[in-house]
Design a protein around this ligand. Structure first.
Ligand SMILES: Cc1ncc(COP(=O)(O)O)c(C=O)c1O
Length: 450
């Protein structure tokens, strides 16, 4: 035992010396510096690779995946009807910047975002002026044409329940009115009565409209211009009907948006369609169409605040506080003998059908195979082009391709058989339209299948 203690003495000695050296203030300083350098080195790598590099890499990966997987039609080449109304790079940059600036803004809280409230109020005021509203004119912003229309329908339902005690509301609309009215009828339990259009002018038949109005009618509507054929209904005549029956008249200018108010100034022949027509009580105008704003943005205007108040949703006793919310929180054709333009469109939409010997849907499929994306219409069968800024650049090519498509079908009528013609042909031949609706519902189901 004594011997082993003696043997460990030198070891103890060197341990003491070593500790002494290691705890020398200069060495401690050196150790700390080395530690910090190592930490800095690894933190830098961690920061670059995980904290910053990770999200940035993820963003690039996401962009690549989107580019690879989410293909879209050649809208930049101006081959798409409507849908993207400007599409220029500079404007897209501006819109992206605006989105970035307001990505976290919440218009439901004007007290937190007073600037947003002001922007919305000024946008509404600007569009009211474009549509010649009286000084009492007012409105709100919505997420798109559909929401603006749906809101107007809810407004008249609630207003005439209150003012006239109407419990089974009805609306009378042209057959060519936008499907948003059908949606509103379904959502709000309003009976929808559609009225045919004149077979020559394609404007709603005013005489039949007058006959369809009953004591339960809360509103009528017309378009300036409509989606299918770009036709403006006779708003002056509709205004007289609305006044006579003391009901709402909504004018759908969602598509006519920033074109219709300027036609007169630009020297094109127009008839009155805005608030200058006495019976007009509301108008919808989409800022996200020919107003070139980002999707989704639209404006619903009313002649006076006492109508608009019925649009609002108010809940005074909600546990979360008093809740008040204003809305719902979406070419010219040269003479080609086989084709004819429907009606006399005055705005940016043109629709055309074909003579009986040719199926217009076959013409559409031929155009699709040439890279065009043109909307099919029905009752009667037709195609429609909603002219955009991008589209104007390729208008000449469109005419060429349209002629070539017709020529193909003249040369070989069988070459176009199938596709769209068979879908619409089959749909038209099924008397029970609920079957067609079931198929359409399955189509939407499929769209949401990841
Ligand atoms: C005449 C008309 N009204 C309403 C709408 C609906 O607008 P949104 O698609 O913005 O809901 C459209 C859309 O094209 C339209 O053309």
């Amino acid at each position: 035992m004594a011997q082993s203690l003696t043997r460990s003495e030198p070891l103890q000695h060197w341990i003491t010396v070593g500790n002494h050296l290691l705890n020398h203030p200069r060495l401690v300083l050196l150790k700390n510096v080395v530690f910090l350098l190592v930490l800095y080195h690894y933190w830098g790598r961690f920061y670059a690779k995980v904290l910053v590099g990770g999200p940035v890499r993820a963003l690039y990966d996401l962009r690549d995946t989107i580019k690879k997987n989410l293909k879209c039609a050649d809208w930049k080449g101006g081959r798409v009807s409507g849908t993207i109304y400007h599409g220029g790079d500079e404007l897209t940059e501006l819109l992206a910047e605006a989105y970035r600036m307001f990505a976290v803004a919440n218009p439901l809280h004007p007290e937190v975002f007073p600037g947003i409230r002001r922007m919305e109020a000024e946008s509404v005021a600007m569009v009211l002026a474009m549509y010649n509203a009286p000084s009492t004119g007012c409105g709100t912003m919505t997420s798109g044409g559909t929401e603006s229309i749906v809101m107007a329908c809810k407004t008249y339902r609630d207003m005439y329940k209150d003012l006239k005690g109407i419990r089974d509301p009805e609306m009378v609309v042209p057959i060519t009115i936008h499907a948003a009215f059908m949606k509103a009828a379904g959502y709000f339990n309003i009976k929808l009565i559609t009225v045919p259009v004149d077979p020559i002018t394609y404007k709603v038949d005013i005489h039949r409209m007058a006959k369809a109005i009953t004591k339960n009618t809360v509103m009528i509507a017309g378009s300036a211009v409509n989606f299918p054929h770009g036709i403006d209904d006779d708003i002056v005549a509709l205004g007289q009907l609305a006044k006579k029956h003391n009901i709402g008249l909504h004018v759908d200018c969602c598509l006519g948006s920033f074109i219709m108010p300027f036609l007169e100034k630009a020297g094109f022949p127009t008839t009155l369609f805005d608030f200058r027509v006495e019976g007009v009580t509301s108008i919808s105008c989409d800022t996200h169409k020919y107003g070139f704003a980002a999707k989704g943005s639209s404006i619903i205007m009313y002649r006076e605040p006492k109508i608009r108040k019925y649009q609002y949703f108010l809940s005074a006793d909600w546990t979360g506080g008093i809740y008040a919310s204003p809305s719902m929180a979406g070419s010219r054709i040269e003479a080609i003998p086989q084709l004819h333009v429907i009606g006399n469109p005055i705005g940016p939409v043109v629709s055309f059908g074909s003579q009986a010997s040719m199926n217009i849907y076959d013409v559409g499929d031929k155009l699709s195979s040439r890279g065009w994306n043109i909307s099919p219409l029905q009752n009667p069968p037709a195609l429609h082009v909603s002219v955009t800024l991008l589209w104007t650049h390729s208008a000449d090519q469109f005419i060429k391709d349209l002629k070539a498509s017709v020529d193909d079908l003249v040369a070989d009528p069988e070459s176009g058989k199938g596709g769209t013609a068979s879908i619409y042909g089959t749909a038209a031949s099924i008397p029970d339209k609920s079957i067609v609706e079931d198929v359409a519902a399955s189509f939407i189901d499929l769209l949401y299948k990841a």
